[in-house]
Design a protein around this ligand. Structure first.
Ligand SMILES: Cc1ncc(C[n+]2csc(CCOP(=O)(O)OP(=O)(O)O)c2C)c(N)n1
Length: 319
């Protein structure tokens, strides 16, 4: 795995911004009542999806959480159909039934977001098992938050993956909060990557920096593809907004929120690329304009799609 070139770095920037702008738009339409149900955004955490998905092929798997839009976007989901899904429309990926929390596109290896904390981890471990069993060189990535590392599914999956030497990357975005509980309330250890040692796999800690994440994930993916087994990677990041859109964060305090927002993985990367003369102001403007146009088109598509009819309720239902 080489270092990313200039073009690739610009692409990292573009993808992170695309995730940010999409979720900002989602917050807007959700607040206006156009999207129903719950919405969890990953604003402030855009580096991990971009850093890991840069190493993945369409036939590699990824399984995410209730905060999974970023991974779906970075793995190549079509924004129009994803938007239609969140709007509950028939042309969405799952006929408008999955919404934000179960968005999936198997043609791109996106096994689905998951509303059950820790629920995606064994599913992805199973995908890794299938890849190994079939003798392919596919890899599977499970992403989850710090809270999920206290679920039994996490421990059972990591143990099995280590014992069977499965090609799975476990990517924990430690944003310091499990819903409304700060990390010290739900886990006694500060570094969740330490848990890897008890299963006999490497445990790596990386900051919320796309290049560092790209490097760590690249090594883990390469090792997994070559039969070297699983890795646990912990990204130390911050959640800018509440647990869900509409959460006033009374449990967190204004100062802590401002502290989190002062750390922006996109702005930091933008400053670096600008300093190294890889990005100019005009390039940034063009990227912003392209994303705005793509989002406007996706929204227009979603709003225009019909809702599924009651007669379609049983389509895709297996009993
Ligand atoms: C099995 C289960 N228990 C509890 C919940 C309620 N719940 C939803 S999200 C969440 C916290 C998740 O925290 P974390 O894994 O750190 O992810 P983050 O929200 O920080 O991305 C909880 C407890 C749930 N959805 N599933």
């Amino acid at each position: 795995m080489g270092k990313p070139g200039k073009e690739q770095m610009i692409e990292f920037y573009r993808q992170m911004l695309r995730i940010r702008r999409t979720e900002e738009k989602l917050m807007e339409v959700f607040s206006a009542g156009e999207i129903l149900g719950f919405l969890h955004v990953s604003i402030g955490q855009e580096a991990a999806p971009v850093g890991v998905c840069a190493h993945l092929r369409d036939d590699d798997y990824i399984g995410t959480t209730h905060r999974g839009h970023g991974y779906a976007i970075a793995k190549g989901i079509d924004l129009k159909r994803a938007m239609a899904e969140l709007f509950g429309r028939r042309d969405g990926y799952c006929m408008g039934r999955s919404g934000s929390m179960h968005l999936a596109d198997l043609s791109k290896g996106i096994m689905g977001a998951n509303g059950i904390v820790g629920g995606g981890i064994p599913i992805v471990t199973g995908a890794g098992f299938a890849a190994k069993y079939k003798g392919t060189d596919q890899v599977a990535v499970a992403t989850f938050g710090d809270g999920a590392t206290n679920q039994g599914t996490f421990h059972e999956s990591l143990n099995l993956a280590a014992v069977l030497n499965l090609p799975v990357i476990y990517l924990c975005e430690n944003n310091g909060w499990a819903e409304f509980s700060p990390r010290p309330v739900h886990a006694k250890i500060e570094n969740l990557a330490d848990r890897a040692a008890s299963y006999g796999m490497p445990g790596i800690i990386v900051p919320n920096d796309v290049l560092e994440i790209y490097k760590a994930c690249g090594e883990a993916v390469e090792r997994a593809r070559k039969g070297g087994g699983p890795t646990l990677i912990e990204v130390k990041c911050d959640r800018w907004y509440g647990h869900y859109v509409g959460d006033a964060q009374k449990y967190r305090g204004k100062e802590k929120v401002e502290e989190a927002m002062a750390k922006d993985c996109i702005k930091e990367f933008e400053a670096r690329l600008t300093k190294e003369k890889i990005l100019k102001a005009a390039d940034i403007e063009k990227i912003e304009a392209d994303i705005a146009a793509e989002l406007a088109e996706a929204l227009e598509f979603a709003r225009r799609c019909p809702y599924p009819g009651p007669e379609e309720m049983a389509v895709g239902l297996y009993v």
